[in-house]
Write a protein that binds this ligand. Structure first.
Ligand code: TXA
Ligand code: MG
Length: 331
């Protein structure tokens, strides 16, 4: 879509056929997945992929994940599949796991931002799997939020932010996982390396493939994973962790505008009407599923001026939650 492009009247519905008909014409469509909503286009069409970057207002040096609906398609888009990748595919697809594999010539450079590796995943959402099975191409899809904002977990979130820029949003309900897929690559010996924490935990991965390298931990140099910007997912309002929030935020003068987003326990000093707990049941999967929608809600409530975030466990899904929060904090 060039700058002069027509704007669309955006509709929301659950017709796989309608979504497919737009995609077959190189248009982009909002699609549900189990992690977050995606902004999808034909991954094999440079025209469609360029539209994704325009609608999202995203720099083209950020590569996109290609979503497939048939297991055998891995071999169309990946030259080789390391043995451990095969094991992960068998165990976790369809599901919130993306694999970085050496690409074939079918995958345009625009999708991979010039890299020889393509990010592939099979999402676990009935409507989107049906859609992918009806299409003769994979769908490139970043999260369907404007660049740098919180990822959408409901069709309505996509509509609010991107209406007029795309013709159709396929409504598949609220995302059940709520954080993006885990991204795993492989080193020269075929050993797994974590590129992004996400919906499949490191513990789950290690049960299947043994130790996973986590760059940035121990002595590893952090990976130059493209698009993993330090600041991302940000709310419009300042957000700080409990431990580092300025003490004045709790002063008599400011406390009226200070809200708390906690894990399972309320903050002692903030009025209860100014608190939202992500997981009253203390479950990390509940917290992941409500994280982005709670951040949006806090951004939308006019009385909220600043947000203090409670401590969230760092194990299991907590790794992905804390990663997203770190990028959302206003330093
Ligand atoms: O759960 C998800 O993964 C969601 C849904 C829609 O599937 N998608 C998603 O896409 O999170 P996005 O664009 O927001 O994040 C994709 C990230 C990039 O920022 C980059 O870090 C990594 O995936 N990535 C994609 N292709 C890559 C490549 N060829 N090499 C290295 N990293 C890649
Ligand atoms: Mg994203």
């Amino acid at each position: 879509m060039a700058a002069s492009d027509p704007s669309f009247s955006t509709s929301i519905g659950s017709s796989v056929q309608e979504a497919a008909s737009w995609l077959l014409q190189d248009d982009v469509v909002g699609i549900p997945t189990e992690t977050v909503y995606g902004l999808a286009g034909n991954a094999l069409s440079e025209v469609a992929v360029a539209k994704i970057f325009t609608v999202k207002n995203r720099p083209t040096f950020n590569p996109l994940i290609a979503h497939i609906g048939r297991l055998e398609d891995v071999h169309k888009y990946a030259q080789t599949v390391p043995a451990l990748a095969e094991k992960l595919i068998q165990t976790f697809w369809p599901g919130p796991l993306t694999l970085l594999l050496k690409k074939t010539a079918l995958v345009p450079d625009l999708v991979t931002a010039g890299s020889d590796y393509v990010a592939l995943r099979m999402p676990d959402h009935a409507l989107t799997l049906e859609l992918l099975k009806t299409l003769p191409f994979p769908l490139a899809a970043p999260s369907a939020n404007p660049f740098m904002y919180v990822s959408p977990t409901e069709a309505e979130h996509v509509y609010k932010q991107l209406k007029g820029k795309l013709p159709y949003i396929l409504n598949g309900g609220a995302c059940t996982i709520g954080v993006e897929s885990t991204i795993v690559g492989f080193d020269t010996e075929g050993k797994p390396v974590l590129y992004r924490a996400g919906g499949i935990t490191v513990e789950q991965l290690e049960e299947v493939v043994g130790p996973v390298k986590i760059p940035g931990s121990k002595n590893e140099a952090p990976l130059a994973a493209p698009g993993q910007l330090k600041k991302h997912y940000a709310t419009g309002k300042p957000m700080q962790k409990e431990q580092t929030a300025p003490i004045e935020w709790l002063s008599e003068e400011l406390i009226k505008g200070t809200w708390f987003m906690g894990f399972d326990k309320p903050h002692d000093l903030i009025p209860s009407t100014q608190q939202i707990l992500l997981a009253p049941d203390s479950s990390l999967s509940t917290a992941a599923a409500s994280l982005f929608s709670t951040m949006r809600k806090l951004d939308e409530i006019p009385e909220v001026e600043r947000i203090i975030v409670g401590t969230i466990p760092t194990t299991g899904l907590g790794r992905a939650i804390n990663d997203r929060l770190r990028r959302a904090l206003h330093l």
